[in-house]
Design a protein around this ligand. Sequence first.
Ligand code: DON
Length: 312
Amino acid sequence: MVIMATTSSLTYLPVLERIAEEVDRTPGRGRPADYIPALAACDPRRFGMAVAELDGTVYGVGDWRQPFSTQSITKVFTLALDLAREGDELWEHVSREPSGNPFNSLVQLEYENGIPRNPFINAGALVVTDRLQTRTGDAAGELLTFLRAESGNPELDFDREVAASEATHGDRNAALGHFMASYGNIDNPVPVLLDQYFRQCSVAASCADLALATTFLARHGIRADGTRLLTRSQAKQVNAVMLTCGTYDAAGDFAYRVGLPGKSGVGGGIIAVVPGRCTLCVWSPGLDERGNSVAGVAALDGFTTLTGLSVF
Ligand code: DON
């Protein structure tokens, strides 16, 4: 059930309004990702933020209904969808440690025998998508179906221009895929995997959509329709990996500032989970040098500081 709140239960709206004013006054928003030309055109002054509560109420400020490129945020959902199917066997193929390296780095893979550090760097996400592809025959389609169901928005879709742009500039991901295949850690033909991965990254969704789609993690694994996707323990595990690995090689600083499980994408979005309470999604396309939204991290920092909500 999705409720676009107008009257009741706008618990955190005054906080969001205060954050939006603060962001508006702050100069310097970073730069949009330019390694994917389709993302480079975004205006770094765009800003939106949404809160979704556990009953499906969602509200926000600024550009909170504006679709943007979800990019690596989708890695959370493919992880959950695969974990729900194969359970702990997944962890034999991808680890759960922060990498301390950029998200597209190849360097650890050779001396760690083709096992990526975690599911949120590109190498790890490729492994997860590969395994979901083996289990479903259409990993990206499975993701889209899930996001549509959880957000209540049947119009969510892939952005074909972004997917094509990723494919044209996809040498690094192709290298990661082939390198892991050489260790026997990829099951599908690498071109098939890359096509699935690029479509996955291209999904366009708004802060409202993503905050709602993330609520299963705040509900300890329970989906919007009341069915269970993850066990309580698996939901804890996904939240823990988000906290420790969700913001690339800035995960320590994100945990220090925000104190919540979070996952960013180079489209400028960040999702965050307050277990048992609510979820957040913020979007502003200007990134810092590690690929995290400058205003997005500041806004989440402001939210947990003003509300006192965090996992600590
Ligand atoms: O693989 C890429 O380059 C992007 N499509 C995803 C980038 C992103 O958001 C950061 N990744 N971990």
